[in-house]
Design a protein around this ligand. Structure first.
Ligand code: A3P
Length: 290
C-alpha cells in the first residue's frame, strides 16, 4: 500500500515515506543521476534527529562562522533538501561547496556519492527521543499524519509508518553501507554534550581550518536558545500550509532524555527489546540521558 493514512499527505515509495505535497516519486528517482562534485557535502538524517541544527552548524562552518553573503538566507536555502526542492533551486548553478540535506536511504541517493565523491555527515539520535520529537512535531506539521494518541504514534513509529519510513532500517542501511562513502557519523547527543568538540570534529572531516574566534561564533549561533530566536534558522519561515506555528515549534525542547517524560516503563522496555533485536549486530551506542 502506498498511501499511509487516508487523511494524511504521506506516501510510500521504495521503502521511503515522503510528504506527497512537496515531492513526487519521479523527483526522488531522478536524484540518482544528480551529478556530484568532489566538494559537495550532504547532511543526511532520519527526521527529528537534529537536521535543522546540523544545517545551521555546517553552513556556518563553510562560511567561517559568518554568513558571508548568506545573511538574509534561511537554512532551507543554505542547505536545501534534495528530495523537497520547494524553492525550485537549480542545484547545478549553486556555488561550491554545495551543501545539501536529505532524509533518503542510501540506495536512493545520487549514485556518484558511492564512488567516494563528495562527503556525507549522517546525524543520528537516540530513537526514543526521535520518537518523542516526532510525536510533538506531528501536531504542527500540517502535511503529515495525525495519530490519535501517543500510543498510536508509537505503533506507527515502531512499524516504520511515519515520515521517513523505518528509523531502524534507515540507520542500519546507512551504517552497513558506510564503506562506500566518505561519511562521518555524528550523534545528536555528542553535539549537545560538547558542541565545540563536535564542531572541531566536523571541521577535521571537512579539512576546514578555523581559528578559535570563528569556532566561538559558530558555537554561539548554534545553541538551542539562539537558534530558537533566529528567524532564518528556526523554520518559522515555512508557510502555514506546511507548518502550523500556533501549535508548537521546530525547536521545541532540544534536550536529551525527554522520552522519560512520555514513555511508560513498559513502553520503554518494549522499545529496548525491539532495538536489541533489530540492531544487535550494529556497533552503534546510543546516549539515552545526560
Ligand atoms: P525536540 O523536539 O526534542 O526538541 P529535525 O531538525 O531533524 O527535525 O530535529 C528536530 C529536533 O532537533 C528537535 O528536538 C529540536 O528541538 C532539536 N534541535 C534543533 N536545533 C537544536 C539545537 N540548536 N540544539 C539542540 N537541539 C536542537
Amino acid at each position: 500500500k502506498d498511501v499511509i493514512q487516508s487523511d494524511s499527505y504521506l506516501k510510500k515509495h521504495k521503502g521511503v515515506i515522503f510528504l506527497s505535497r512537496l515531492t513526487t516519486p519521479e523527483c526522488i528517482d531522478s536524484l540518482e543521476n544528480l551529478e556530484i562534485r568532489d566538494s559537495d557535502l550532504f547532511l543526511v538524517t532520519f527526521p527529528k534527529s537534529g537536521t535543522v541544527w546540523s544545517q545551521q552548524i555546517v553552513s556556518l562552518i563553510l562560511n567561517e562562522g559568518h554568513r558571508k553573503g548568506t545573511e538574509d538566507i534561511d537554512n532551507m536555502v543554505r542547505a536545501p533538501w534534495i528530495e523537497y526542492n520547494i524553492y525550485n533551486i537549480d542545484f547545478n548553478t549553486r556555488p561550491d561547496p554545495r551543501l545539501f540535506t536529505s532524509h533518503l536511504p542510501h540506495y536512493l541517493m545520487p549514485k556518484d556519492l558511492r564512488n567516494m565523491r563528495g562527503k556525507i555527515i549522517y546525524v543520528y539520535r537516540n530513537p526514543k527521543d526521535v520518537l518523542v520529537s516526532f510525536y510533538h512535531f506531528q501536531k504542527i506539521l500540517v502535511l503529515s499524519q495525525h495519530p490519535e494518541s501517543w500510543e498510536h504514534c508509537m505503533d506507527l513509529f515502531m512499524s516504520g509508518e511515519v515520515l521517513g519510513g523505518s528509523w531502524f532500517d534507515h540507520i542500519r542501511d546507512w551504517y552497513t553501507n558506510k564503506k562506500d562513502y566518505n561519511i562521518l557519523f555524528m550523534a545528536y547527543e555528542e553535539m549537545k554534550k560538547d558542541l565545540r568538540s563536535a564542531i572541531m570534529k566536523i571541521c577535521s572531516f571537512l579539512d576546514k581550518k578555523l581559528d578559535d574566534e570563528e569556532v566561538d561564533i559558530i558555537v554561539e549561533k548554534s545553541t538551542f536558545e539562539n537558534m530558537k530566536d533566529d528567524p532564518l534558522a528556526n523554520y518559522t519561515f515555512l508557510s502555514e500550509d506546511i507548518c502550523d506555528g500556533s501549535k508548537g515549534s521546530f525547536l521545541r525542547k532540544g534536550t536529551i532524555g525527554d522520552w522519560k517524560n512520555l514513555m511508560t516503563v513498559a513502553q520503554s522496555e518494549m522499545f529496548d527489546r525491539v532495538l536489541q533485536e533489530r540492531m544487535k549486530d550494529l556497533p552503534i551506542k546510543f546516549i539515552w540521558d545526560i
